[in-house]
Design a protein around this ligand. Structure first.
Ligand SMILES: NC(=O)c1ccc[n+]([C@@H]2O[C@H](COP(=O)([O-])OP(=O)(O)OC[C@H]3O[C@@H](n4cnc5c(N)ncnc54)[C@H](O)[C@@H]3O)[C@@H](O)[C@H]2O)c1
Length: 374
């Protein structure tokens, strides 16, 4: 295969962000764009260098000569649009989350199983440099056995909810529980390979904010506790309402032989790490310190990361938007197995959906279904 024709749906929004990465691959061509926004669609087509434009998604799937689609539309459309593409045996790279209900997720699994197309979820936070480095260090055994982790997505988005992307007002701040948790849970699950969340409980901090129409938002800050098959414990907090500085990349990992704490973005805050093998004393090392990151990166980062340099940096989200696409292309070409295929996508998505039931049952512990059994 010398060329991969890609169609982007949601091309006037998030979908457009994949252009830099597509260009860098040389093989991925943005062939068609689709968006409901007729006013901005021609501009998006020109900017993305696409040949064709559509306002109807199914029409793009049926008429355009595509190999794959990138789905960057609002969350509730992800599963139905992925299923429509998979039914036509197209490959799918879909934004997070995989689905907004258990029924949607089950249908998505069945469609993926029946399709010749590959499904991958675009969880770009798994691919940022510190998160990739921690993954590699875990794989090399430097953390020993990871058994505790925390992830937080704290990103005040009230204006966006009410004015720019009103779908968020329904899908992210109209429902109690963890509605947007994959950025936090995704990287953590890749640090606990072979494990999955088997049950969750969730509680909220109360309703502290109302929107411009006087309607209450969902609970301002929600925390989900996750118990995994291998007895690890994970704490996930999502808060897109509280007035405070952003902090979307908060992670902690504890293993038997090492621990990691990311910066929370404060003035003197740093990503820091302790690994028994490198430091007998129980003291932190600044992960970003030039010698530390260079030494660890040279030794442990995957070759792609070492070579990518500027192209990755330009693509957004700390290189995440670049590497997620690179993986997708490599998986289609058969160069590597999918890293975030359907079951990994649902391992990240289903706990949040179940947390939305838990929070309505006073924080009851509830089982998380295993999509591998569907
Ligand atoms: N991974 C990340 O870092 C990241 C960052 C931002 C957004 N997102 C995700 O990307 C998705 C889009 O977010 P956004 O902020 O760009 O939203 P947005 O509302 O700005 O953009 C979505 C676009 O989809 C279009 N659209 C809606 N329904 C459509 C349909 N039926 N057919 C064709 N086009 C349709 C809209 O017109 C709009 O241009 C969301 O799921 C969001 O969670 C992920």
């Amino acid at each position: 295969m010398t060329k991969l024709n890609i169609g982007i749906v949601g091309a006037c929004g998030r979908g457009a962000k994949f252009k830099t990465a597509c260009d860098a691959t040389e093989i991925a061509t943005i062939h068609a764009v689709c968006d409901l926004n007729e006013q901005e669609l021609s501009g998006a087509r020109e900017r993305l260098g696409a040949r064709e434009q559509y306002t109807e998604y199914e029409q793009m799937l049926d008429k355009s000569d595509l190999d794959a689609v990138i789905i960057g539309t609002p969350m509730h459309l992800h599963a139905p649009q992925a299923i429509a593409a998979l039914k036509r045996d197209l490959h799918v790279l879909c934004e997070v989350t995989a689905g907004v209900s258990i029924d949607q997720c089950r249908e998505l699994v069945l469609a993926t199983k029946a399709s010749k197309g590959i499904y991958m979820m675009a969880e770009n936070y798994n691919y940022t440099k510190p998160n990739q480095l921690v993954k590699e260090l875990v794989q090399q055994g430097l953390f020993g056995t990871p058994y505790y982790a925390e992830g937080e997505y704290i990103h005040e988005l009230k204006h966006m909810n009410e004015h720019e992307t009103p779908w968020r007002r329904h899908r992210q701040t109209g429902i109690d529980g963890i509605t947007y948790g994959t950025h936090s849970l995704g990287p953590i699950l890749q640090w606990m390979p072979g494990d999955r969340v088997k049950r969750v409980c969730c509680e909220g901090s109360g309703i502290r904010h109302i929107d411009g129409t006087g309607k209450p938002y969902c609970q301002s800050s929600s925390t989900m506790l996750c118990k995994t098959e291998k007895e690890a414990l994970i704490k996930i907090r999502v808060d897109v309402l509280s007035d405070r500085p952003h902090s979307m990349n908060n992670y902690q990992l504890q293993g038997t032989d090492g621990c990691y704490e990311s910066s929370r973005g404060g003035p003197n805050d740093k990503d820091k790490i302790w690994l028994r093998k490198l430091n007998k004393e129980l003291t932190w090392t600044d992960l970003q310190a030039f010698e530390t990151i260079t030494e660890l990166a040279n030794k442990y980062m995957p070759q792609d990361w070492k070579e990518a340099g500027e192209a990755a940096a330009k693509a957004g989200h700390g290189g995440g938007d670049y590497f997620v696409l690179l993986d997708f292309i490599d998986v289609i070409l058969g160069k590597r197995p999918p890293i975030i295929s359907i079951h990994e996508a649902l391992d990240m998505t289903l706990p949040g959906l179940i947390s939305q039931d838990s929070i309505t049952q006073e924080g009851a512990w509830l089982e998380v279904p295993d999509s591998r059994k569907w």
